[in-house]
Design a protein around this ligand. Structure first.
Ligand SMILES: [Zn+2]
Length: 274
C-alpha cells in the first residue's frame, strides 16, 4: 500500500531518522520541502544565493531516497519577505524572491525537484508588503506555468474569499488550478473542489477521516518541522500512515487510499509513483 506524506521538513532534530519512523509504520513516499534560508545560515543578497539552500536540500532528498521514495520541493517561503525585507528593504526582498523562484523553476526543469513552494504571509503585514507578496505569488504561478510544475502554497488561514482570490491570481498567470496545492488545508474538500485548487489536508485530529467522508480529491501531510527547539510542535512523522490506516477501520477501502496517496499525487505533480 502506498502512503504519501505530501509536506514534511527535515531540519535539526531527527533528520533521516524521521523517515525511518515514517517507514516503520507504513509510510512509502514523501515530499520534502526546503526551509527558510536562515535555517541554512544563508542570508541571500540576490536570488542566486538560494542556490546553496536548494543544493543542500537536494542532497538531503537524495539521502532520503535510501529510506523511502522522496521528492524535492523547493521553497521560497513567503515569510522571507519579512526576514529579508527587514535587512534589505521589502522591494528588494520581493525582487530576490522572484529571482529565487526563477532559479527553483530551472531546478525543476532539470529534474532535480518536482515542485516549487510559494504563498503569502500567514501573519498580518502592511498593505505595501501584502501587495509585494501577491506580486511574488503571481510570479511563482508564472514559473509553475512555464515549467509545467505544481506549486505548493503557504498562505493565511483558509477562508473561501481568500482562496478564491488566490485562485484568481493563479488563473491570471495561466497555471492550472489542479496544480496549485494549498498546504496545511482544513478538510474542506467540497469547497476546494469548487474553487479548483488542490487541498493537502493537515493530518491532525479527525481531519483525514472528515476529508474522506466528503470525497477523494485531496492529499495528506504532517508539515513535520523537525526542529529540536519545538519537538512537540505540529505533527510527528508517523501521523500520516497512522491516520491513513485508520480509514480502513472506519470502513473505507484501499481504493480510496490509492486515490489519495497515489493517483492524486501523480496527477498533481505529473510524476509516476512506483
Ligand atoms: Zn511546512
Amino acid at each position: 500500500m502506498i502512503i504519501t506524506d505530501n509536506h514534511m521538513h527535515l531540519y535539526n532534530n531527527l533528520r533521516l531518522k524521521a523517515l525511518r519512523q515514517f517507514k516503520e509504520v507504513g509510510g512509502t513516499h514523501v515530499f520534502l520541502v526546503s526551509l527558510l534560508c536562515h535555517h541554512y545560515n544563508v542570508f541571500p543578497k540576490r536570488g542566486e544565493d538560494f542556490k546553496e539552500v536548494f543544493d543542500r536540500h537536494i542532497k538531503l532528498v537524495k539521502d532520503a531516497n535510501e529510506i523511502v521514495r522522496a521528492f524535492a520541493v523547493l521553497s521560497i517561503h513567503p515569510a522571507e519577505i519579512t526576514v529579508l525585507g527587514d535587512k534589505v528593504g521589502y522591494e528588494k526582498a520581493a525582487e530576490i524572491m522572484k529571482d529565487a523562484l526563477d532559479l527553483a523553476g530551472k531546478y525543476v526543469a532539470e529534474g532535480k525537484a518536482v515542485a516549487i513552494k510559494s504563498g503569502r504571509p500567514h501573519y498580518k503585514v502592511n498593505k505595501h508588503v501584502w501587495n509585494l507578496s501577491n506580486d511574488v505569488l503571481f510570479h511563482a504561478f508564472e514559473v509553475a506555468k512555464d515549467v509545467g510544475c505544481a506549486v505548493q502554497l503557504h498562505t493565511e488561514s483558509f477562508t473561501i474569499d481568500g482562496m478564491k482570490e488566490i485562485a484568481n491570481i493563479a488563473k491570471k498567470a495561466g497555471v492550472k488550478l489542479e496544480k496549485v496545492v494549498k498546504h496545511f488545508s482544513p478538510p474542506k474538500i467540497r469547497e476546494f473542489e469548487e474553487i479548483g485548487m488542490f487541498p493537502s489536508v493537515i493530518a491532525g485530529n479527525e481531519n483525514v477521516l472528515n476529508a474522506a467522508k466528503q470525497g477523494n480529491r485531496f492529499m495528506v501531510e504532517t508539515d513535520y518541522i523537525d526542529d529540536k527547539k519545538r519537538p512537540g510542535a505540529v505533527l510527528g512523522p508517523k501521523t500520516v500512515p497512522r491516520k491513513i490506516k485508520e480509514l480502513l477501520k472506519h470502513g473505507f477501502d484501499e481504493d480510496l487510499i490509492h486515490k489519495i496517496c497515489c493517483e492524486n499525487v501523480e496527477k498533481v505533480y505529473g510524476i509516476e509513483i512506483v
